[in-house]
Design a protein around this ligand. Structure first.
Ligand code: NAD
Ligand code: ZN
Length: 254
């Protein structure tokens, strides 16, 4: 079936679904110029040991280097813009809700682009580069300003070291966010998996929960993944093309 026909079918189901969950991964932001994990392995991770940068051990060993690196990533993401696909997901959310349904956007991304594109109540499973937390007193704050002047940044309350509010290798996902995402996935009628390699647990398990609960499922990814043979529609197209087309077919004129 060609992509256009797949999107037609999916749009029809989307219009009729009262509970919809979308899960996004790094591929969602690729067209905004933010490298995916795989791109990054060939790019800016290539010279660095990811475990030295994205694990609690690396932070304990060299907090200055780790916080500087994350602050640079924060600046890179802040300089990138959401693309048409991000905006289309926000429009799909409004469309589903206007029709009296519930829509939940769950993301593995830490770049905050969904919120900037107008999505509300995004469940950020891996945290956000914009939030920094004191390891002394736990105080957490959004950082929207320029780069920190010194590394590691210090807490204004207790003087402790602040760390980025992202989930590192070997750390647990935020329990409440994960539980909310799992419950919504189990109960949804339609589950969309967008721009994720579908192998990183437990986010990848959300698709399985949705299928077990009887949901129809769709993947949007130009490359095949382990999820491709399992879903009802595997749409081999970039998110920045497929999502605007889907939003237009499902909700144009409403
Ligand atoms: P991944 O890098 O493992 O996989 C990305 C997937 O996106 C691939 O399957 C690729 O084929 C697909 N893709 C590439 N371009 C696309 C496009 N234009 N449209 C749709 N799909 C496209 O990413 P992952 O599965 O999200 O897992 C890696 C982890 O790395 C995540 O936990 C995430 O938190 C983290 N990460 C986040 C960001 C970010 O916040 N933007 C960036 C890199 C890594
Ligand atoms: Zn503190």
């Amino acid at each position: 079936m060609d992509t256009d026909r797949q999107l037609e079918e999916l749009a029809q189901v989307l219009r009729q679904s009262r509970r919809v969950v979308a899960l996004t991964g790094a591929g969602m932001s690729a067209e905004s110029g933010i490298p995916t994990f795989r791109d990054a392995l060939e790019g800016h991770w290539a010279d660095d040991d990811p475990l030295a940068l994205a694990a609690p051990e690396g932070f304990a060993r060299d907090p200055e280097r780790v916080t500087r690196w994350y602050d640079q990533r924060r600046a890179q993401c802040a300089a990138c813009q959401p693309h048409e696909g991000h905006r289309a997901l926000a429009a799909i959310e409004r469309g589903v809700e206007t029709d009296g349904g519930a829509f939940m956007l769950v993301t593995q991304n830490v770049d905050a682009l969904h919120g900037r594109a107008g999505s509300r109540g995004v469940v950020e499973l891996h945290g956000s580069l914009a939030r920094w937390r004191c390891i002394g007193c736990g105080e957490e704050r959004e950082e929207r300003g320029p780069a920190f002047g010194a590394y590691p940044p210090r807490c204004e309350v207790c003087g402790g070291i602040r760390r980025p509010g992202v989930v590192w290798f070997g750390e647990l996902l935020p329990t409440e966010s994960l539980a909310i995402a799992q419950e919504a996935s189990s109960e949804c009628a339609l589950f969309l998996s967008i721009g994720t390699s579908a192998v990183v647990e437990p986010a990848a398990g959300l698709l399985h929960l949705a299928r077990r609960g009887g949901a129809l499922t769709c993947e949007i990814n130009p490359e095949p993944t382990p999820a491709s043979p399992l879903v009802d529609w595997a749409i081999a197209a970039p998110a920045g093309q497929a999502l605007p087309a889907l939003a237009a077919k499902a909700f144009a004129g409403t």
